[in-house]
Design a protein around this ligand. Structure first.
Ligand SMILES: *[C@@H]1O[C@H](CO)[C@@H](O)[C@H](O)[C@H]1NC(C)=O
Ligand SMILES: *[C@@H]1O[C@H](CO)[C@@H](O)[C@H](O)[C@H]1NC(C)=O
Ligand SMILES: *[C@@H]1O[C@H](CO)[C@@H](O)[C@H](O)[C@H]1NC(C)=O
Ligand SMILES: *[C@@H]1O[C@H](CO)[C@@H](O)[C@H](O)[C@H]1NC(C)=O
Ligand SMILES: *[C@@H]1O[C@H](CO)[C@@H](O)[C@H](O)[C@H]1NC(C)=O
Ligand SMILES: *[C@@H]1O[C@H](CO)[C@@H](O)[C@H](O)[C@H]1NC(C)=O
Length: 377
């Protein structure tokens, strides 16, 4: 009885400090979002800075003296005299891709009104062109002529986001290291189109209409790939033949309802897995599927889980908010607890479930000794 009283006293004394005081404008928000706010701010700030950083990473314009152009430049564009291998043709309402003169390695065509790419425009740079940026145009797959992109054998970065592509257009370059084709309407991805690209490290395909079938086998054998993002597509499960080098896989906002036992076994290096806003149920998660040693962050928030899935002791960040979890099964987190047997979990979110602080088993302290942040509401 005494210890119970003590427990309630602690609860009353400690709980307010779990939620730092909020500015008055925020305190009018619904309870759930209020409780989430302290976490959200840094995440949002990080996201914004990442997005901005990513967007501008190719937009660096070297200092050009009085916009003097080197002589070997398309007349619609600018090629800075102190950086003559770059040709800037972005944001000037172009309706076509100008003929690219020899010597150009970095070509910026983003934010124009281009609807097609004609054959021959890259004929003088087929081996030399390294970066091609076509973001924010209105190019459709059928208007990319044979004899254009399919001749580029030296490309390293190929950015083709925010266009009207329905089928992935991939240059035949063994040097490709970064591919971005987000915010199109891609539903087709030719299976062999990336084959042999041994230097490919990151692939961004978010906001398209890709299904698991359309991506099956596409990444097979590409053992340099570290990062794949396919958020906001139509996947129902993980595509087959994922590269064994993969470290980060983001597939939030899809229709994924199951993950089978073998799926992650093929990915021994996977550290960051995000599957928020999918259709995962307990039945769809086979036993031990997330029991992967290298996993550091696992986001299963906004799904339909009723219990905490079994995880490996190395996991540090587990996001389970907004599911239907109604019990705290410590065995999913620690199989044994002992001096050397404990979970590395630091952050655990369980808000938006049918579970409260009172459901935390009394013997959880040993297992969860590294947890700095367990959010229930
Ligand atoms: C591009 O190649 C054509 C031949 O295909 C040649 O006539 C022309 O001079 C080249 N232009 C430049 C700028 O290199
Ligand atoms: C590309 O898509 C946008 C938005 O869906 C649409 O407004 C535009 O007409 C399309 N352009 C072409 C050339 O299909
Ligand atoms: C792949 O990258 C390595 C290291 O940057 C480079 O030496 C090699 O030439 C690249 N391979 C191709 C085919 O570009
Ligand atoms: C989880 O992995 C550990 C070793 O990594 C193993 O002992 C255990 O049996 C696994 N559990 C399941 C359910 O696969
Ligand atoms: C964890 O506990 C189990 C069973 O007691 C034991 O077999 C295993 O070696 C322990 N692991 C570590 C890292 O202590
Ligand atoms: C929530 O949990 C309580 C007690 O564990 C249970 O009585 C109730 O039915 C649950 N509600 C839902 C919606 O699952």
């Amino acid at each position: 009885m005494e210890s119970l009283l003590l427990f309630y006293c602690c609860l009353i004394l400690l709980c307010p400090s779990l939620h730092p005081p909020l500015p008055s404008s925020i305190s009018r928000l619904p309870l759930l979002s209020r409780a989430m706010f302290p976490l959200r701010v840094p995440i949002l700030a990080l996201l914004v800075s990442l997005t901005v950083g990513q967007y501008y990473d190719y937009d660096y314009q070297p200092y050009a003296q009085q916009s003097a152009s080197s002589p070997n430049c398309a007349q619609e564009c600018e090629c800075p005299i102190n950086f003559p291998t770059a040709m800037y043709c972005d944001s000037r309402k172009l309706k076509f891709v100008p003929i690219v003169p020899s010597g150009i390695k970095y070509l910026y065509l983003q934010n124009n009104l281009i609807t097609e790419i004609k054959a021959g425009v890259f004929d003088n740079v087929t081996e030399d062109l390294r970066w091609l940026v076509l973001d924010q145009n209105q190019i459709t797959s059928d208007k990319v002529a044979k004899g254009s992109i399919d001749k580029l054998t030296g490309l390293q970065k190929f950015f083709f986001s925010h266009n009207n592509l329905t089928e992935a257009i991939i240059p035949p370059s063994k040097s490709l290291d970064e591919l971005k084709m987000t915010n199109n309407q891609l539903s087709k991805f030719h299976k062999a189109s990336l084959s042999g690209m041994k230097n490919l490290t990151s692939v961004h395909l978010q906001h398209n209409k890709l299904t698991s079938e359309s991506l099956n086998g596409v990444f097979k054998g590409l053992n340099s790939v570290l990062f794949i993002e396919v958020t906001n597509n139509k996947l129902k499960k993980l595509p087959s033949g994922m590269p064994s080098s993969l470290e980060t896989f983001y597939a939030d906002h899809n229709d994924i309802s199951s993950i089978s036992a073998g799926d992650l076994k093929e990915l021994p290096k996977l550290a960051y897995l995000r599957l928020a806003y999918n259709k995962l149920t307990d039945a769809g998660i086979s036993a031990g599927v997330f029991n992967v040693t290298n996993l550091v962050e696992l986001d299963l928030s906004y799904n339909k889980l009723k219990s905490i899935p079994e995880i490996n002791e190395q996991l540090e960040h587990l996001y389970l908010q907004v599911n239907q979890i109604n019990k705290f099964d410590l065995g999913s987190i620690c199989k044994f607890s002992g001096p050397l047997n404990y979970s590395r979990l630091k952050h655990l979110r369980l808000d938006g479930n049918n579970i409260t602080h009172a459901d935390l088993p009394s013997d959880s302290a040993n297992c969860l000794r590294q947890a700095t942040d367990i959010v229930f509401e």
